[in-house]
Design a protein around this ligand. Structure first.
Ligand SMILES: CC(C)(COP(=O)(O)OP(=O)(O)OC[C@H]1O[C@@H](n2cnc3c(N)ncnc32)[C@H](O)[C@@H]1OP(=O)(O)O)[C@@H](O)C(=O)NCCC(=O)NCCS
Length: 307
């Protein structure tokens, strides 16, 4: 059972592992942090549910919640392999909870046999950056949130010769998994199992097939944009973009993105967003179709020493 030694916790705080019943409380914590930093929240509760349901994540040992004396969630952390996440509620900062959770995450990653640990932090979160730097972390990659405003209906170019486009439909799951994971393998460190991939894409409650166009050549999927409709924030969100290597630089990604934007526009959305990072090389493509960077995050990492 995950537990923080009371010696590591400020007086009045207690810890325990997360359960799937904690999704709502964790979502409130994460969105409180996002609102504090950016004035708006982008994480849906289904993202938290997907993270807590990750295959191979043992909630009992790989997650920790810290609550105050009233039972309110003050911070949490989870570790999967070499990836960690730490959040401290804005109302509970400056008391050492971040340091305690970071120490717990490093210890847990070490127990899991990782020789490195990494976590993503918003570039606006100066306190978290200072803590990571003073704990020996350095920058690995930069991530950007890009957004397009859609005051008028976006125009969609014609598909290149031999390519047809249609919305994602049931039965496309395996082909989309193969295509997107093959493409992401060009830079990701670990290929996802189908179950893990599906939890973050097509099995999410917010998955929006109508705004997820796929490109076909001879009935084979050669391109896909997988989108989410996050309730309440009035914007579309693109979760995955991939084009098979032998069909790149033909304008397929650009066309699929415009198609997704047009669908979201017809649904009444004013904007659409996506995250990308410095290893993908895709930022210029997004900027050329009119997306602009809204904010950035950095993945920080450090080597763990044995023991
Ligand atoms: C990123 C990715 C989706 C781009 O797919 P793509 O279909 O090759 O993209 P496009 O053809 O629309 O655009 C690519 C480039 O070709 C150019 N291009 C567009 N139409 C073209 C055409 N008809 N002829 C030649 N070049 C063309 C574009 O200007 C663009 O150049 P830029 O990057 O300098 O802006 C693809 O490289 C991929 O799957 N990468 C791996 C997965 C990944 O990183 N996905 C993004 C995660 S955020």
């Amino acid at each position: 059972m995950a537990d923080l030694s009371p010696k590591l916790l400020p007086v009045g705080y207690q810890s325990r592992s997360a359960t799937t019943a904690d999704v709502h409380a964790v979502h409130c914590l994460v969105t409180a942090c996002e609102n504090d930093l950016h004035g708006r929240a982008t994480t849906g509760s289904d993202r938290i549910a997907a993270d807590l349901g990750l295959p191979g994540l043992d909630l009992k040992y790989d997650t920790i919640l810290v609550r105050d004396s009233t039972g309110e969630l003050a911070g949490w952390s989870w570790v999967k392999g070499r990836r960690a996440t730490v959040h401290v509620h804005p109302g509970h900062r400056g008391q050492g909870l971040g340091s305690s959770l970071l120490a717990w995450a490093e210890a847990r990653a070490g127990q899991l046999g990782s020789d490195r640990i990494a976590q993503t932090v918003s570039d606006s979160d100066h306190a978290a950056i200072a803590l990571l730097r003073s704990s020996g972390y350095s920058r690995i990659v930069t991530e950007w949130l890009l957004e397009i405003a859609m005051p008028v209906e976006p125009e969609v170019p014609e598909p290149p010769a031999g390519i047809t486009v249609r919305p994602f439909r049931p039965g496309d799951e395996q082909a989309a998994y193969q295509l997107t994971e093959d493409a992401f393998d060009e830079w990701q460190q670990r290929r996802k199992s189908y179950a893990e991939w599906a939890r973050h894409t097509v099995e999410r409650a917010t998955f929006e097939p109508a705004a997820s166009p796929v490109a076909l050549a001879d009935d084979q999927m050669v391109g896909a944009v997988l989108s989410l409709d996050v309730p309440g924030n009035g914007e579309g969100y693109v979760e995955r973009v991939a084009v098979r290597r032998d069909h790149r630089n033909r304008g397929i990604a650009r066309m699929l993105l415009q198609e997704a934007f047009r669908t979201f526009h017809r649904q009444g959305k004013q904007t659409c967003t996506l995250w990308t990072h410095s290893d993908t090389g895709a930022r210029s493509l997004y900027e050329r179709i009119g997306m602009t960077v809204q904010r950035s995050s950095t993945v920080y990492g450090k080597a763990l020493t044995a023991g």
